[in-house]
Design a protein around this ligand. Structure first.
Ligand SMILES: Nc1ncnc2c1ncn2[C@@H]1O[C@H](COP(=O)(O)OP(=O)(O)O)[C@@H](O)[C@H]1O
Ligand SMILES: CC(=O)OP(=O)(O)O
Ligand SMILES: [Mg+2]
Length: 321
């Protein structure tokens, strides 16, 4: 990487760090003490946290003077009201930091900038952003701030994902461990790596592959149907929290590129006043709702790296281009 940059001066390195725990919200310059804190959150985000921290640690060793800034996926959801943050566990859990943090915050922060630019005040109302990538979540925004989100304490909660289960009855986890005798490690592997689209279909975590094999494969059909159903259910829940819906935005790999799944999701949302314009949806146009739709439906490419770079530049006092 350094060789590729040649003679360019590096002012700082921005990192997307998925979990900032209860301590870190604003971007922070990472030193050995901060790194040690962030390592404590590895069990809360095992698919993400270790890899970001590995990169930071390697650079701390090779270029100790180079500012490195951690930008947190959890930060954007700092505005959630307590009623969304709290988990219905014994109160001590809340005091120990067991609560809904929410993720994909860099993506939602990007949306708060991009949607305001493209739609002005129309984006400041009751908006739901669907970040559908390998991981997937929804964020309900009011005045472009997060008021509800589907991911929780870890990036396992909420929507069904490529290999992650999403929201699951905790009783199922107890059953897997107590009756089926899975160890803690095995159950973690099932929930993070062997569930979701891959687990149900037995074919792939990628909807592109599943859509190709759907005809004649009942497990693939079931996986896609549940994937869509979970999104529809959660959009209904978010709309209830918002008291209605003005704008629905699709982003990330699947949200930006998969017109078939967008169509299947939106078809179930007619009761909210969602109506797609088929050609606009097929070509991934910025606005894919029909003129008659009561809800503006948008496709907006995300850019988490831009947010991390922008935040890092602000922290170290350099302009960001
Ligand atoms: N051109 C495309 N057409 C359809 N789906 C796509 C395309 N590009 C990416 N995807 C989908 O995006 C998903 C990955 O999303 P992405 O946001 O890149 O995830 P992550 O950042 O978590 O790796 C893949 O499952 C794939 O189905
Ligand atoms: C937090 C998370 O799930 O991120 P990703 O979608 O990139 O896996
Ligand atoms: Mg992503």
């Amino acid at each position: 990487m350094l060789a590729r940059l040649g003679s360019h001066h590096i002012a700082a390195v921005a990192h997307r760090v998925v979990h900032g725990g209860a301590k870190y919200f604003d971007p922070v310059r990472v030193d050995a003490a901060v790194l040690a804190d962030l390592k404590a959150y590895i069990p809360l985000a095992p698919l993400h946290q270790p890899f970001a921290l590995e990169a930071i640690e390697a650079l701390l060793a090779t270029a100790p003077g180079l500012p490195q800034v951690a930008c947190f996926d959890t930060a954007f959801h700092h505005t959630l009201p307590d009623v969304e943050k709290m988990l219905p566990l014994p109160y001590g859990a809340w005091e120990r930091g067991l609560r809904r943090y929410g993720f994909h915050g860099l993506s939602y922060e990007f949306m708060s900038v991009a949607l305001a630019e493209r739609y002005g005040d129309a984006a400041r109302g009751r908006t739901i952003v669907a970040h559908l990538g390998s991981g997937a979540s929804l964020c309900a925004l009011q005045g472009l701030r997060s008021v509800a989100t589907t991911m929780g304490f870890s990036a396992l909660d909420g929507l069904m994902m490529g290999t992650r289960c999403g929201a699951l009855d905790p009783g199922a986890v107890l059953y897997l461990m107590e009756i089926e005798k899975l160890t803690l490690e095995q159950v973690g592997h099932v929930l993070y790596h062997e569930s979701g689209l891959l687990g149900l279909s037995g074919v792939s975590s990628d909807p592109r592959v599943l859509l190709q094999q759907e005809a004649g494969n009942e497990r693939v059909q079931a996986a896609l149907a549940l994937y869509v159903r979970r999104i529809v259910r959660e959009i209904g829940a978010m709309a209830a929290v918002l008291g209605g819906l003005d704008m629905l935005v699709f982003t990330a790999g699947i949200g930006e590129h998969n017109a078939v799944l967008r169509e299947r999701i939106c078809r179930e949302l007619a009761f909210l006043g969602v109506d797609l314009q088929a050609d606009a949806n097929a070509t991934h146009a910025p606005r894919i709702s029909s003129a008659a739709s009561r809800v503006t439906v948008a496709v907006e490419p995300t850019n988490e790296e831009w947010v991390a770079a922008w935040r890092t530049a602000s922290l170290i006092g350099r302009p960001c281009h």
